[in-house]
Design a protein around this ligand. Structure first.
Ligand code: 9YW
Length: 420
């Protein structure tokens, strides 16, 4: 079974490889997505380290002059996706792209790739990639932590990678959608609308996009005035781990000049994450930086603290209690949102379904702090979901049914790199 699934996973990655870069799935997502490529590179590296590096290198080709690495690279226009390059209006950049970023997983991937093979050719490639990663991390720590609080904000739900998480509902409700006008979604022509964000969500997504386009994606204007600016435990924890991995890479290269800056980011985040601790809930949640209000539900990103190297008992004990409670409510973990919360929907995208990439990151963190039983439960659930429903985009935590796109690249990648 495992060998058959290995072969299918490899075939999926190769079929979604459009020549040095990989699309998440055919039809629904015809471009290169940022954190998808970072996971995909880990999958490729299980059988072709060179191809893993290439995925990161093509992703970084889209880097903007200010260091930002966009969430989508539109290498060729494809009318089957909305909103495409003309809607984003990002002119004069390295490649046509969206205007904001996505969770910065790439440095963590590069560390994994480099640990697999440290021969001279990969040292050289690391030398080229390192300053680009450093510039991207610096961008996140300035543009999206403008006041130096030690937490990373997202200016758009898409920037978090967790598009319709219930925690965005409150902050996004303040977005004025009166200027959005008519538009035609394409996603619901590929996938059942019940598995996708609602129209109210899309109206808000487009209104925030318009704000970004009108200020030419200026980081300071966004930090001061964007209608949506919410600190996210997902991006903050992924960034913190990526900073630790970047630090290890700096040591490996002897890049001593970069060390103090990266160490400062890590120290700031280790303090800053206290802001994301919702004391009423006893969990890390979002924090709306406009209103000062915390998200009110536990999400799968609440469990990423160990992945970021955070394991203080005062955070860990309540977090693990939530984890056990939530896991007792589902057949397959980890649900992306608390099944006891009224906003939970088992099939709707980031409002309940299980995502393989989150499972991989949560389990990795748990294993690293010695929570091996919980880590193993997550891995076994992931295996069971893929055996039952294939390499789906995401899965219903109750029925185990696959949802969204199929033959999905990152689900195949985490199978190869971790679950199998
Ligand atoms: C969209 C590609 C992307 C992921 C995101 C996920 C979804 C795209 O798909 O967003 O158009 O809704 O939310 O995390 O990178 O797999």
């Amino acid at each position: 079974m495992s060998a058959d699934l290995d072969k299918i996973a490899i075939d999926i990655l190769q079929a979604n490889d459009l020549g040095g870069y990989t699309i998440p799935t055919k039809g629904l997502y015809p471009y290169q997505w940022n954190w998808d490529s970072a996971f995909v590179a880990q999958g490729f590296a299980t059988f072709d380290v060179n191809r893993g590096w290439q995925e990161i290198e093509t992703l970084l080709q889209g880097q903007w002059d200010d260091g930002m690495v966009p969430h989508i690279l539109f290498r060729k226009d494809d009318p089957t996706y909305f909103p495409g390059p003309s809607v984003w209006g990002t002119q004069n950049r390295a490649l046509p792209s969206s205007g904001h970023s996505q969770p910065p997983v790439a440095a963590s991937t590069v560390r994994l790739l480099f640990e697999k093979d440290q021969s001279a050719t990969y040292v050289e490639r690391l030398r080229v990639v390192f300053p680009k990663l450093l510039a991207w991390h610096r961008w996140y720590h300035t543009a999206r932590d403008f006041d130096g609080r030690g937490v990373i904000a997202v200016m758009h739900p898409w920037e978090s990678g967790r598009d319709n998480l219930p925690d965005w509902d409150g902050p996004a409700a303040r977005v004025d959608t009166s200027g959005v006008g008519d538009y035609v979604r394409k996603d619901t022509s590929f996938v059942n609308a019940d598995m996708r964000p609602r129209k109210t969500d899309y109206d808000r997504y487009l209104a925030i996009l318009q704000f970004g386009r009108e200020c030419n994606w200026d980081a300071e204007k966004i930090a001061r005035d964007a209608p949506f600016y919410v600190a996210d435990p997902g991006v903050t924890f992924i960034q913190l781990r990526a900073d630790r991995d970047l630090l290890a890479l700096a040591h490996a290269l002897g890049e001593t000049a970069a060390l103090p800056e990266i160490e400062e980011w890590i120290a700031r985040a280790e303090q800053g994450i206290e802001l994301l601790w919702n004391p009423d809930l006893g969990a890390f949640t979002t924090l709306d930086l406009r209103s000062g209000v915390h998200g009110e539900g536990v999400s799968s990103a609440s469990f990423l603290a160990p992945y970021a190297g955070i394991c203080k008992a005062r955070y860990l004990e309540p977090t693990l209690a939530h984890f056990d409670r939530m896991m007792s409510k589902v057949t397959y973990g980890v649900p992306s949102y608390d099944p006891d919360h009224p906003a939970f929907e088992s099939m709707r995208y980031w409002r309940g379904p299980v995502w393989g990439i989150l499972n991989y990151m949560i389990a990795t963190g748990f294993a690293e702090i010695g929570e091996t039983e919980r880590a193993e439960r997550i891995r076994k659930d992931t295996v069971a979901l893929i055996e039952k429903s294939g390499f789906a985009e995401y899965f219903d935590p109750i029925s185990g049914e696959g949802a969204g796109g199929n033959s999905f690249s990152w689900t195949s990648a985490i199978w190869l790199n971790w679950a199998s």
